[in-house]
Design a protein around this ligand. Structure first.
Ligand code: FAD
Ligand code: 2HG
Ligand code: ZN
Length: 462
């Protein structure tokens, strides 16, 4: 091991590594504090060639490599295991925007670029990069692609996968696979980049990406709408889409209990209504305030909108968005929840929610449901907080029982146990239970083919 560590240090130079325990601490803990790992060395390469040399050396020594972006992932995918033998490969020094091609509506960036910096570079070129999530000031595009991140604008623009034209990837033996083409159409053989998107660092290290850009969507209007039931929000979405078509960019459902947590834990966070309603929807749509106002007024005539507020200026809009962006932080401050990042077909959402309520009532009437998310994409964060009076092992047992029952229900609705956060360590066992045998078999074969020695992020996904 000592010879390998010396070799890795030499590859990245003095500014590119640390083995100091205090410096390593934040990188060995997952965002929620659920997973903690150990490593003998954190290396931060500054170029694709350095990544390739690191992986080649680890491959030769049979030592595992764990890629890490902004470490904002929710499933423990970016932290090493507890053995103290896995090398932590941090991408933060690879943060160059290699090029922006405004005419081609594309940009090529290194994997360690922070998502917010990419949005800003697109804006500076008069273009728009739509991927947006609460962690955008910290997460990196490499991590976004490795998890196929979703976030707030999937409704109109799709997940990270649909925003990707090309990738540069370092394979498990150190070979650089260059599929970094800025093409919208390319049917020359298998679309290899798709294998690495969503593979959470288990099939290759993403070093750069060519991303799709869009025209500036122009003025965006933000509204908060109150509805009586979560199911009614689905009807509201359909009505808004009929009137505004694909100009509805965001449609986020949040329960009153969840916004209550935000108001409790986030300074100055306040809902804009003078009374409480059971559920709220945060809507963002391109166009004028009058267009959104008219569409909402029509929806109110037809039925279920109880109250609505449209932001009159950017500061009111920012205040509404702050409520939404603060949810994960408020939930973390309140204590650990069982995370269920699930999806079902949008049309099945009302029935799923109804049956989910009944299920929780039967399984554990004292549990609190923390439900919010991207209902326009059929994706809900269906998180559950167990009563705090149980001891740790009773909570663990009960947690497994509840998670299993929720995933059974999701499966009955033809849904997924992982909509946008990935599998990591958190859902590895669950994936092996809920994935179909042929799918799991192909996944295992792909892993064996691309990483026969099993050095890339072992213990994650499958
Ligand atoms: P990390 O956490 O560092 O890594 C995630 C996985 O990708 C790990 O398995 C890691 O090994 C792998 N990886 C990282 N970089 C590379 C690389 N270059 N090559 C290969 N593998 C790599 N997620 C959503 O989808 N939608 C949301 O709305 C959303 N909101 C969030 C809000 C908050 C406040 C927080 C804290 C998180 C949120 N997330 C959300 C989860 C998280 O931000 C995303 O999963 C994000 O894409 C992870 O990026 P990262 O750079 O932090 O990756
Ligand atoms: C969000 O939508 C994130 O805010 C986090 O995906 C979800 O905390 C969660 O469960
Ligand atoms: Zn989310």
């Amino acid at each position: 091991m000592k010879a390998l560590l010396d070799e890795l240090k030499a590859i990245v130079g003095t500014r590119g590594w640390t083995d100091d325990e205090t410096d390593l601490e934040p990188y060995l803990n997952e965002w929620r504090g659920v997973y903690k790992g150990r490593t003998p060395l954190r290396v931060a390469p500054a170029s694709t060639e350095e990544v390739a040399a690191i992986v080649r050396a680890c491959h030769a020594a049979g030592v595992a490599v764990v890629p890490q972006g902004g470490n904002t992932g929710m499933c423990g995918g970016a932290v090493p295991d507890g053995s103290g033998t896995q090398i932590l490969l941090s991408m933060h020094r690879m943060r160059r925007i290699r090029s922006v091609d405004a005419q081609n509506f594309s940009m090529t960036v290194e994997a360690g670029c922070i998502l917010a910096d990419i949005q800003e570079a697109a804006r500076a070129a008069g273009r728009y990069f739509p991927l947006s999530l609460g962690a955008e000031g910290t997460c990196q595009i490499g991590g976004n692609l490795a998890t196929d991140a979703g976030g707030l604008n999937v409704l109109r623009y799709g997940t990270a996968r649909s925003l990707t034209m090309g990738l540069e990837v370092v394979l498990a033996n150190g070979t650089v696979l260059n599929s970094l083409r800025a093409l919208r159409k390319d049917t020359a053989g298998y679309d290899l980049k798709q294998l690495f998107i969503g593979s959470e660092g288990t099939l290759g290290i993403i070093t750069a990406a060519c991303l799709r850009l869009f025209p500036d969507p122009g003025k965006l209007q933000t509204a908060m709408v109150a509805v009586a039931t979560a199911g009614e929000s689905v009807g509201l979405l359909a009505r808004l889409k009929e009137q505004l078509a694909d100009r509805v960019e965001t449609f986020e459902l949040v329960s009153d209990y969840v916004f209550g947590l935000v108001e409790k834990h986030i300074p100055d966070a306040r809902l804009p209504f003078d009374r409480r309603w059971p559920w709220y929807v945060l809507i963002e749509a391109a166009g004028s305030i009058d267009e959104l106002g008219a569409a909402l007024a029509k929806a109110m005539e037809d039925g279920p909108v109880l109250d609505a507020v449209i932001a009159k200026n950017t500061s009111e809009s920012a205040a509404l968005w702050r409520l939404r962006h603060s949810i994960a932080e408020a939930e973390r401050k309140d204590g650990k929840a069982l995370k269920h990042d699930i999806s079902v077909p949008v049309s099945a959402m009302p029935a799923f929610l109804e049956q989910g309520d009944e299920l929780l009532e039967t399984l554990c009437p004292d549990a609190r449901l923390v439900a919010f998310g991207h209902v326009g994409d059929g994706n809900l964060h269906y998180n559950v907080v167990l009563p705090r009076d149980r001891d740790a092992s009773a909570r663990e047992e009960e947690g497994k029982r509840i998670t299993g029952a929720i995933y059974d229900l999701v499966t009955q609705f033809g849904g997924s146990i992982s909509a946008e956060h990935g599998i990591g360590q958190l859902k590895r066992e669950w994936l092996s239970r809920y994935g179909s045998d042929p799918e799991l078999e192909v996944m295992r074969k792909l892993k064996k083919t691309l990483d026969p020695a099993g050095i890339l992020n072992p213990g994650k996904v499958i």
